[in-house]
Design a binder for this molecule. Structure first.
Ligand code: NOJ
Ligand code: CA
Length: 702
């Protein structure tokens, strides 16, 4: 461990007009230049291997009402630091993470107002983090943000993998286009969003934003450690190719309430000329605070099945117990109401899932629709709210607790709030106490629909604080959290590792609506997963939903690609999402899902190109077992899988799950072949992947 702090020996009084300072990454490839411009606006530029990647870009704020806090600064101090440490995440893609960075802290004061602002830059070998610090000061105690002025001035019309700016949802398909084409496509893309939608008024895109320049530089812009601050989208100037911060407002237009002695989230830029480095980057985790939970022994990776997919297949199962839509749960005695006869979360059915989980070695069973209040769940009237402590009459809480415990299986609690957030906070402690009392250790939360109170958006400061509050409070009860429809993650799982996964993007559920595209999962690790694990819920074997009745949807992948997703979509929480009957039909393919780990010692990004393909190998934590997943977009390809990551001098048995010869996601998705092969660290496997197909491999020492 190395930590060096030193002060630049500078004469500040003479330098302020043309003040300029530089910082290099530890390997010297990244070069940051800080300067006060003519109007004394803080600006930075960044170059990589001698090429400019970020042209002079401004920093600062506009405060309410219309006060410029981005100019007329002078530098009062500048400090440099270097740090090289290694830390161990509780759960992760690697059991050890190195944090080696150089740092420059610039302290500024604004003329006339005397207001102070600090900007901290950190350069890692794989990118930049920068953030604002609002030091405690007499003249400025608190303020309202009108806008953050952070810019990223790009050096060209990059190819981008983007979601339209939206304060409420990230469940859009990912569009690939030049930045200059976003404007002509954005209205069409917006039509494909479901749930609550609140498009930004400006031409804006969401982060994590993945881009590739014409000369092959991969750039990813996102943020780290989002707390007590709104999430950031990026305004797009598609003539100059300038991206600038667009904070999520509340509905009064206020973007954030700041008290001094606080900091902004980090603005992050991960970059490389090799796409694999983007996936291997730990920059965002490194910029988050260390774990704040002392005893983490109860935080475990989990593989689960659940009473879930049946709600999406069109087979008739319902979350609600009755067919009434005009009941008010505060006054309703459900035991007096007629059940609709196809309530999914009934005790008998849940027991079938517990039996199945126990038989096949799954840790847990998710049960949605167990609690009172689902009758109105698609209407969002919100005059009718859920109870998180009252079960429907046909869900036997105590009986199931005992049944699951006897079989060594956990039940995952579900709290769909339909975004009645005040009400959820009102019930939170009772709900968590209820969970502890009844043997639950994990909860899936949900924020479908517009937020109550209605002056808030999903990505605003108030909601950011809500999600963080839920994760922190859950930790007090030793509960793990998997949040759906929450703001996209920013690496907070380092600080609160009980926040085991999030959805926050278009997951498998969309395969049952209007579908995900074949390239979707080749992009998500470069976008959504930059901030943390995703509860994508793979594992659908029966992809033709017409077999269940009314739903005509078809899965956008082959069966083998579904297996590969357990490796390519990192999450310590992994669902086998399909119905029991479909796993029973394909027990040999199901074996991979049973075997695959969810927590890792090491990850090796073998091949990657956003939008085209990804091949990743990972070593299971504490075991001499390796799992490999390779996926492709709509184009067939050959994956070249170099096993040199295996320890030398030993022999291994590989079980290889490949697409059948004529497999194709559209016409023949369920064709697969399983073979075994002896391999060593010298082996290079060449595997054919069908259109939207995959390859999955498990390797064990002989
Ligand atoms: C949307 C979630 O993403 C999904 O997993 C859940 O089943 C429904 N909301 C209902 O809560
Ligand atoms: Ca969702």
């Amino acid at each position: 461990m190395k930590k060096i702090t030193f002060l630049a020996g500078l004469c500040f009084f003479s330098l302020n007009a043309l003040f300029a300072q530089d910082l290099k990454s530890p390997d010297g490839e990244l070069f940051l230049h800080f300067e006060l411009s003519d109007s004394q606006t803080p600006t930075y530029t960044l170059s990589y291997k001698g090429q400019p990647v970020i042209k002079p870009s401004k920093l600062g704020f506009k405060l309410k009402p219309g006060i410029a806090f981005d100019r007329h600064f002078k530098v009062t101090d500048i400090r440099y630091d270097e740090s090289d440490t290694t830390w161990e995440p509780v759960l992760g893609e690697n059991s050890q993470i190195r944090d080696h960075h150089k740092e420059m802290l610039v302290k500024l004061v604004q003329d006339k107002t005397n207001w102070k602002l600090n900007i901290r830059f950190r350069l890692f070998d794989d990118g930049l983090g920068l953030r604002y610090e609002f030091p405690v000061q007499e003249e400025l105690r608190q303020f309202v943000l009108e806008e953050e002025r952070t810019e990223f001035c790009l050096n060209g019309d990059h190819k981008a993998f983007w979601l339209p700016g939206d304060y409420d949802t990230n469940e859009y398909p990912i569009t690939t286009s030049k930045l200059s084409e976003v404007a002509s496509l954005i209205d069409e893309v917006r039509k494909e969003g479901l749930a609550a939608k609140s498009p930004t008024p400006n031409l804006a895109v969401q982060t994590p934003l993945m881009m590739k320049s014409a000369d092959g530089i991969y750039l990813n812009i996102h943020e780290a450690a989002l707390d007590n601050y709104p999430a950031m989208a990026l305004n797009l100037d598609d003539k100059q190719f300038v991206l600038s911060a667009h904070l999520t407002p509340d509905k009064n237009g206020d973007k954030g309430y700041i008290q001094t002695e606080t900091v902004s989230p980090w603005r992050t830029l991960v970059l490389s000329d090799d796409a694999r480095d983007i996936l291997a980057s730990n920059l965002i985790l490194n910029l988050n605070e260390p774990c704040k939970i002392e005893d983490t022994s109860w935080i475990k990776p989990m593989k689960y099945v659940g009473v879930w997919w049946e709600y999406f297949t069109g087979g008739g199962s319902t979350w609600a117990y009755t067919d009434y839509h005009d009941i008010h749960i505060e006054k309703t005695d459900y035991s007096q109401l007629k059940p609709n006869g196809h309530h999914g979360a009934n005790t008998q059915h849940v027991k079938e899932y517990i039996d199945f989980a126990a038989k096949h070695g799954f840790d847990a069973v998710l049960v949605e629709g167990w609690n009172e209040g689902w009758e109105d769940n698609w209407a969002y009237h919100k005059d009718h709210i859920y109870s998180f402590t009252k079960a429907y009459p046909d869900f036997d809480v105590k009986g199931l607790q005992q049944y699951a415990a006897d079989k060594g299986v956990k039940i995952i609690m579900h709290h769909e709030t339909t975004s009645s957030v005040i009400d959820y906070e009102r019930q939170l402690h009772d709900a968590f106490r209820f969970m502890v009392d009844n043997g639950y250790n994990a909860v899936k939360t949900g924020y479908v629909g517009p937020i109550i109170p209605r002056s808030e958006y999903h990505d605003g400061q108030w909601m950011v604080n809500h999600y963080n509050y839920v994760a922190k409070t859950a930790a007090d009860y030793k509960l793990m959290v998997n949040s759906h429809e929450a703001v996209r993650p920013t690496g907070m799982c380092r600080t609160y590792p009980n926040w085991i996964a999030q959805e926050s993007a278009r997951g498998t559920e969309f395969e049952s609506f209007n579908g995900n595209r074949p390239d979707h999962t080749t992009i998500l690790p470069f976008t959504r997963l930059m901030g943390g694990p995703m509860d994508y819920t793979p594992g659908i074997f029966e992809g033709d939903l017409s077999v269940y009745g009314s739903n005509q949807a078809k899965l956008s992948t082959t069966l083998v690609k579904q297996l590969a997703l357990y490796v390519t979509m990192y999450s310590p929480l992994q669902m086998a999402a399909d119905l029991i009957q479909n796993y029973e039909k394909y027990p040999d393919a199901f074996q991979f899902i049973k075997d695959v780990a969810a927590d890792w010692d090491n990850s090796y990004i073998l091949e990657a190109e956003p939008g085209d393909y990804i091949t990743i190998a990972r070593k299971a934590k504490g075991k001499n077992e390796w799992y490999i997943g390779g996926i492709t977009d709509e184009n067939a390809r050959e994956a070249v899988i170099d096993l040199s990551f295996l320890p030398q001098g030993k022999k291994y048995q590989a079980t290889i799950y490949t697409d059948g010869k004529h497999a194709d996601w559209h016409t023949n998705p369920k064709s697969y072949v399983i073979s075994t092969k002896k391999v060593t660290h010298k082996t290079i496997l060449k595997q054919k992947l069908a259109p939207s197909g995959g390859v999955a491999i498990s390797i064990k020492e002989i």
